[in-house]
Design a protein. Structure first.
Lengths: 328, 427
């Protein structure tokens, strides 16, 4: 097989894996938008906050220690214990549920029936507030996140492809783990929404708020539920991205990677987020591989948006989104 | 109540009148680049606080620090400058190339010195064009040349036929060394490949797959923020030999390597300040940290690469203030007098000994013509097991034969574009 073809296959596989990571972030946006019509600008910051909380709990860090030390002149830093990764993940998920309750209680309950742009602006405020709170709670240092995920080249794929083609493919173990986790997550979400009472209620709210209300479904409860699930998805995304680069404030920028995925896949479709992620991931990597060298490289960021725009022109609702028809 | 208010007003007035040496600190403790901004700012502030607490300021004049948060955002950096310059600011140190580019015309107009150590506009080393901008002790082009000189040393002076890749932050900052590395490739015969990474640099799979395919002998990195941590992790993932991977001095702090754990062992980076335990740290602990006056979270980053660099920047500023006080025979100097102090700066081993930081940087002097210092840098290597940077070389000189004409060419173009007649003020 020609070298260029082998390289292109390797790039495509890596692109698909990167796409899974983008899709993980996009999923959180889709869940909230589908259930409440809110484009949650804070989704990236939620991933950051969840990852910060996870590392803080694992390291036995006292939240707001720096603030307390400054105000009260104390010298508190840590509890002096380490929490196992699994227990810390469960505790962090509970923190995200608490976050969902607070967001619903203090922000969105007061904004029912407001224009979408008002709700969107509220999430912008929420994003910056949450970033500040995260900083106050856990500090700004870069933290190493080790929840036992494998990292580095997958030796088996390297060896098998080398034996077959004379060139060993590079696939990162972390990307494989992310793919497995994403598959499990999506399966769990599908099972939840199809086969549980809460899931059916969630779908009913997503389809028609008024009708759902009329059959006794509590919008407040459903929105807390959906923000909690989005918080858990953010935690998973935060773990995957945090394992790559350490947990740091630039994690909030991963939302930028999810936007073209949403534009392409549609804002209301979970399969759309996955397929959109895969198309964007593979598309941007292949474009960088073939065209990047001719134009000086660094094409990935803008090419993802070009790809999404092209889809938007022909299918404004995205590949999998629901077509919006408003009758006059 | 009235008495309390009067006392408070009197205290405030007195403290303002006494605090004559105004040093704004354009820091970034929030946002994606906070991990780099915090230790630098802590080191910068703690040293000035030490001078206030231990010596009563400089020349008997207390120092007044004004911290302003830029979040590494150029617009906010300019706002901070505008908000603080009227306070009688003596010197600015924005720790951002983007902010530096915006401030250059402003400081020229306002006549306030701007010190951009190891960053900013490289050709500002030409003091006859950039009267108010200083970038000693070394600049980006020096850094690129120091990296190549180190590789020359490792290869018995011969790099012909070697392949060197530059992976860089796709910004004005990241593109700075390209011209120098191209010139040096012509001189030394190595093959240069440049690989950009878009901001912020969280996803670099394509770039490292390219490196894996091209198999360069060495990779030089011009990164900042999350780009550094991801690049080091990706290099480890593709099993690129860490000892052949060299970051510049903004890609060589502890937080750049720790996320990759043991895999980062052997990674090299340049540094303009030697990292070791200095006597001045004990002074800072005693007079600043133990007194509860430490910046940030109070001393946790003492001795780290960027804390030491921030402290070194403050030492250079304090030394220039002292020079200015000597030259002008007054302790309450102005920004214009500060510039004279900076141009008269002479840093020797004895000076650094006096600071309590022997060998922290190279010996150098500044003049009206040369605002760039010595152009020396050293190479350090990460020991993951010990969790420390170990100096691998002594200070290495940059290739002035290549750098000087580049500085001259670029600064003269700037002078032409901006109708500047090169020369020393007052000459």
């Amino acid at each position: 097989m020609p070298d260029q073809l082998l390289y292109a296959i390797e790039v495509s596989l890596n692109g698909l894996m990167a796409g899974v990571l983008y899709a993980l972030v996009a999923l959180g946006f889709v869940l909230i938008f589908k259930a409440s019509g809110i484009f949650n600008f804070a989704q990236g910051v939620m991933a950051l906050f969840a990852a910060l909380t996870l590392v803080g709990i694992m390291d036995g860090q006292v939240p707001f220690a720096h603030l307390m030390n400054t105000v009260f002149g104390t010298d508190i830093h840590g509890f002096g214990w380490q929490v196992p990764a699994l227990a810390a993940i469960v505790l962090t998920a509970l923190v995200m549920v608490l976050f969902a309750i607070l967001v619903q209680r203090f922000i969105f309950r007061h904004l029912v029936n407001q224009e979408p742009i008002i709700l969107f602006m509220a999430t912008i405020g929420l994003a910056y507030f949450l970033e500040g709170v995260g900083d106050l709670m856990w500090g700004s240092e870069i933290r190493t996140l080790d929840v036992g995920l494998p990292q580095g080249i997958n030796e088996t794929i390297d060896r098998v492809t080398f034996d077959a083609f004379g060139y060993g493919f590079f696939i990162d173990n972390l990307d494989i783990a992310a793919t497995v986790v994403a598959a499990l997550l999506v399966t769990a979400l599908v099972v939840f929404s199809q086969y549980t009472k809460q899931g059916r209620a969630l779908r009913a709210v997503a389809d028609d708020h008024q009708a759902a209300l009329s059959v006794g479904i509590s919008l407040n409860y459903i929105w807390i539920l959906v923000w909690s699930i989005a918080g858990f998805v953010a935690l998973v995304a935060g773990i995957m991205w945090g394992a790559k680069s350490g947990v740091q404030f630039s994690l909030s920028l991963i939302a930028l990677k999810a936007l073209p995925v949403l534009m392409l896949g549609g804002f209301t479709s979970i399969p759309g987020a996955i397929v959109g992620g895969l198309i964007i991931g593979m598309g941007e990597k292949l474009f960088e591989f073939f065209v990047g060298p001719l134009v000086g490289g660094a094409t990935e960021n803008w090419f993802a948006y070009v790809l999404a725009l092209i889809v938007l022109v022909f299918r404004p609702q995205g590949l999998f989104g629901e077509r919006i028809i408003e009758r006059v | 109540m009235k008495l309390t208010l009067t006392t408070l007003a009197a205290t405030l007035a007195a403290s303002t009148a006494m605090a004559d040496l105004v040093i704004p600190d354009l820091s970034y403790r929030t946002g994606p680049y906070a991990a780099g901004g915090i230790p630098f700012s802590d080191g910068y502030q703690d040293y000035f606080t030490l001078l206030n607490e231990r010596d009563g300021g400089i020349g008997g004049e207390p120092i007044r620090l004004i911290e302003c948060e830029t979040a590494y955002d150029t617009e906010r950096g300019v706002e901070c400058y505008e908000a603080t310059k009227g306070e009688g600011a003596l010197i600015y140190q924005p720790l951002s190339t983007g902010i530096t580019y915006q401030l250059i015309p402003k400081v020229e107009a306002d006549q306030i010195p701007l010190h951009t150590m190891g960053y900013g506009r490289t050709s500002a080393a030409n003091g006859e064009v950039f009267n108010w901008v200083f970038n000693y002790p070394a600049n980006y082009w020096d850094a690129a040349s120091v990296a190549i000189n180190h590789l020359l040393e490792e290869n018995a002076g011969d790099l012909s036929g070697k392949k060197i890749a530059l992976i860089y932050h796709n910004s004005a900052y990241g593109k700075e060394p390209i011209r120098t590395l191209e010139e040096l490739s012509e001189k030394h015969g190595y093959e240069l490949t440049t690989i950009p990474v878009d901001h912020p640099g969280q996803e670099q799979k394509s770039q490292w797959l390219q490196i894996r395919r091209d198999r360069p002998d060495y990779v030089i990195m011009w990164g900042w923020g999350v780009m550094n941590q991801v690049a080091i992790q990706e290099a480890a993932n593709i099993r690129f030999p860490m000892e052949n991977f060299i970051g510049n001095w903004w890609a060589g702090a502890e937080h750049d390597v720790t996320p990759a754990g043991a895999a980062a062992d052997g990674y090299k980076s340049l540094n303009m300040n030697r990292v070791q335990e200095y006597p001045v740290f004990d002074e800072i602990r005693q007079h600043v940290i133990d007194a509860g006056l430490g910046a940030g979270d109070g001393g946790s980053s003492i001795g780290s690469v960027l804390y030491t660099r921030g402290m070194y920047a403050a030492m250079l500023a304090a030394e220039a203030i002292e020079k200015a006080q000597e030259i002008h025979g007054t302790s309450a100097i102005t920004a214009a007098q500060m510039r004279d102090g900076m141009e008269a700066l002479e840093v020797t081993e004895a000076t650094m000994e006096e600071w309590g930081a022997p060998g922290i940087g190279p010996e150098f002097s500044v003049s009206c013509q040369d605002h760039g210092g010595s152009g020396y840098g050293l190479v350090q290597q990460w020991n993951a097991e010990a969790g420390t940077w170990e100096p691998l070389t002594d200070f290495i000189q940059a290739d002035a034969e290549v750098i000087d004409p580049l500085v001259e060419g670029d600064s003269m173009s700037y002078a032409q574009e901006n109708n500047i007649t090169p020369g020393c003020p007052g000459s």
